[in-house]
Design a protein around this ligand. Structure first.
Ligand code: CP
Ligand code: NVA
Length: 305
C-alpha cells in the first residue's frame, strides 16, 4: 500500500473524527504491512515530539517508529522550550514548522492542539489531549481486529471515566459500526461536545451506570485510569468509582472469549485487578506493542511517497 492510497498525506490527525472509516481501516492494514519492516521511506525527514505531559509508550513508540522509517525525531518537553517562558503556541508552531516535517503534540486542552495545527505549516498529530487520544485507539482497534478478526458488529464495553480514551472510542465506534456500552459513574459522563458530533449523534453509545450491564455478553472490555493526567484527584471522585474495578467476577460476565484492553499505565488494584490485567483474556501488552505499528502507519501515511 502506498502512502497516497490512504489519502491523508500532509494532513493533521487530531482525532479519528478527522478520518473516514475507510482511511481508518486502511491505516490498520498499512500498520500490519509495516510491522517489523525497517526501511527508509522517510529518510531525511525530522519529526518533533512536543510533550507537556509525561509518557512512556507514546514517546518511545513514536521515536522507534520514526527510526524504523528512516526519519529522525526530536523530543521536547515543555520546560525545555520557550513555551515555559510564555512564547505563544502559535509562534512556537510557526518556528518549529521551519525545521520539522511533522509535529506530534501531547497537551491538555484540545483547543491548544487545534491552535498548534492552525498555526503550523506542517502536519500536527495528537499524542493525547484531554479530549482525544487517536493513536492509542488506532492501536486498540488493531489489537481487537487481530483477536476477533472483525470490528463491525462487535460489542465493546467501557467501564470507567468518560475521558479522552472513551471519547475517542465513541468516535471510532460510531464510524466503524461497533456497538459501545459505557458504564460511567454519575458526574463522569463523556463531554457533550463529543456526544453531539453528528456521526456520534447518529450512532450513539449506550451510557449506563452499572458496570455489570455494560459488560454482560461483551466481546471486548476496556477500562482506564479513574484520574487522568491533569485531573484533580479527590476522595469524592474515588467514591464515585466504587464498584467500577474490572475484576475477575465482572470479567466473567462478558462473553467467554472476551478480551480485556487497557491503554496503560494501569493503577493495579484500582480500575483493574492483577488477576484481570495479567490473566488469559488480557491483551494489554499486544495493545502497547501495537502503538509502534500504528504510529509507523500514521507517519508513513502523512509523510510518505
Ligand atoms: N497509553 C499511553 O498513551 O501511554 P503513555 O502515557 O505512556 O504514552
Ligand atoms: N486517560 C489517561 C490516558 C493515559 C494514556 C490520561 O489522560 O491520563
Amino acid at each position: 500500500m502506498l502512502a497516497t492510497d490512504i489519502g491523508i498525506q500532509g494532513s493533521d490527525l487530531l482525532t479519528l473524527h478527522d478520518l473516514s472509516a475507510q482511511a481508518i481501516l486502511d491505516l490498520l492494514s498499512l500498520s500490519a504491512q509495516l510491522e517489523g519492516v525497517k526501511d527508509t521511506p522517510l529518510q531525511g525527514q525530522t519529526i518533533g515530539l512536543l510533550f507537556r505531559k509525561p509518557s512512556t509508550r507514546t514517546r518511545v513508540s513514536f521515536e522507534v517508529a520514526a527510526l524504523e522509517l528512516g526519519a529522525h525525531s526530536i523530543y521536547m518537553t515543555e520546560d525545555q522550550t520557550q513555551l515555559s517562558r510564555g512564547e505563544t503556541v502559535a509562534d512556537t508552531a510557526r518556528v518549529l514548522s521551519r525545521y520539522l516535517q511533522a509535529l506530534v503534540v501531547r497537551t491538555g486542552a484540545h483547543s491548544e492542539i487545534e491552535e498548534f495545527a492552525a498555526a503550523a505549516g506542517i502536519p500536527v498529530v495528537n499524542a493525547l489531549t484531554d479530549r482525544f487520544h487517536p493513536c492509542q485507539v488506532l492501536a486498540d482497534l488493531k489489537t481487537v481486529l487481530e483477536a476477533k478478526g472483525t470490528l463491525a458488529g462487535l460489542e465493546v464495553a467501557w467501564v470507567g471515566d468518560g475521558n479522552n480514551m472513551l471519547q475517542e472510542w465513541i468516535v471510532a465506534a460510531a464510524k466503524l459500526g461497533i456497538g459501545l456500552r459505557a458504564a460511567c459513574p454519575v458526574g463522569c459522563d463523556p463531554d457533550p461536545k463529543v456526544m453531539s458530533l453528528p456521526i456520534v449523534a447518529a450512532h450513539p453509545p449506550t451510557i449506563l451506570r452499572s458496570p455489570l450491564d455494560a459488560v454482560r455478553g461483551a466481546d471486548v472490555v476496556i477500562t482506564d485510569t479513574w484520574v487522568s493526567m491533569g485531573q484533580r484527584d479527590s476522595e469524592q471522585k474515588r467514591k464515585a468509582f466504587e464498584g467500577f474495578t474490572v475484576n475477575e467476577a465482572l470479567m466473567s460476565k462478558a462473553d467467554s472469549d472476551a478480551i480485556f484492553l487497557h491503554c496503560l499505565p494501569a493503577h493495579r488494584g484500582e480500575e483493574v485487578t492483577d488477576g484481570v490485567l495479567d490473566g488469559p483474556q488480557s491483551v494489554v501488552f499486544d495493545e502497547a506493542e501495537n502503538r509502534l505499528h500504528v504510529q509507523k502507519a500514521v507517519l508513513f501515511a502523512i509523510l510518505g511517497d
